[in-house]
Write a protein that binds this ligand. Structure first.
Ligand code: C2E
Ligand code: MG
Ligand code: MG
Ligand code: MG
Length: 287
């Protein structure tokens, strides 16, 4: 805080700063305990093929709901974990849960590869690919049942990219998450070990009205086609949007229209209903 105070010329003592710092420390300690004691959980959200209306996979999303605080958003506690050295443990928990779940699903006839979000800080560890290999062997999970998602920011880091290349070489497919919001150069994209672009939700929520969003989605689809990559649209909330995405060439989507992230058991119930044909009728519109 000292540097910040000097820059901004804050008064020597600001009680809010101390309060913030100690609240933060309290959160970090609770999060550390939650990871050690196995109190985190994982929610699974399906990715749906817009053409066949089948669930082609799921994304694993970490959940934390400390008793005295209530549910916490990963958008705030994941960055906290990254800043406080807890991200490796958090990721290991999510990865083991996701890989184990994908294998259990496969074993019961439900082929459902699961994607795990990997922070740049995790991939920056040169030992990570070897650790991942060991974990999958230990759990007896085929690498093809696991996928990883990284953000564009991660792809700017050379050592993270070389770790990712090794992960990809193991047979684990890689997606760029929140695509379009970062600063990755398009020229570089072609050299990266990436198979899928996930169009960020911020370009999907403005559909169908926002012509700029339409232009952005169209450009990402064209780019992916040229590079031989797949596209997944995030944040698909309405049939109207799903239909427009289809018209724009997007073939897979993820969002509340299909299902929210759910515990594994609820995911299975959702999937069974879905397979029985209890699907949103947007499909009739695109088929
Ligand atoms: P993300 O990887 O882009 O995940 C998608 C987020 O969008 C999830 O939020 C999901 O619940 C939300 N979402 C899905 N469909 C819709 C929709 O139709 N409408 C709206 N409004 N939202 C939708 P969530 O679970 O809160 O996670 C937020 C972010 O936290 C994730 O964004 C990811 O960056 C990070 N995160 C979550 N779990 C993990 C994890 O295990 N490891 C790491 N490193 N990051 C994680
Ligand atoms: Mg993701
Ligand atoms: Mg995303
Ligand atoms: Mg996103």
């Amino acid at each position: 805080y000292r540097a910040k105070r000097e820059r901004t010329g804050w008064a020597a003592f600001d009680p809010r700063v101390d309060e913030d710092a100690s609240a933060r420390l309290g959160m970090v300690n609770d999060l550390r305990a939650a990871i050690e004691e196995g109190e985190l959980t994982v929610a699974y959200q399906p990715v749906v093929d817009l053409e066949t209306a089948t669930a082609t996979g799921a994304e694993a999303l970490v959940r934390w709901s400390p008793a005295h605080r209530g549910p916490q958003s990963p958008a705030s506690f994941v960055p906290l974990a990254e800043q406080s050295g807890l991200i490796a443990g958090l990721t290991d928990f999510v990865l083991r849960s996701a890989a184990g779940q994908a294998a259990a699903w496969e074993g019961s006839g439900r082929r459902m590869p699961v994607a795990v979000n990997l922070s740049g800080a995790v991939l920056a560890d040169p030992g990570y690919p070897a650790q991942l290999t060991r974990t999958l062997r230990e759990l007896r999970v085929a690498p093809s049942l696991l996928k990883v998602e990284v953000t564009e920011t991660t792809l700017v880091n050379e050592s993270a990219v070389s770790a990712l290349r090794r992960v990809n070489a193991m047979g684990i497919r890689v997606a760029v998450d929140d695509f379009g919001t970062g600063y990755s150069s398009l020229g570089r994209l072609k050299q990266l070990p990436v198979q899928t672009l996930k169009i960020d939700r911020s370009f999907v929520t403005g559909l169908p009205a926002d012509r700029r969003d339409i232009a952005i989605v169209r450009s990402i689809v064209a780019l992916a086609d040229e590079l031989g990559m797949n596209v997944i649209a995030e944040g698909v909330e309405t049939e109207e949007v799903a239909r427009l995405l289809w018209d724009l060439g997007v073939r897979r989507g993820q969002g509340y229209l299909f299902a929210r992230p759910m515990p594994a058991v609820a995911f299975e119930a959702w999937h069974d209903r879905w397979l029985r044909g209890d699907r949103a009728d947007w499909h009739a519109a695109v088929a």
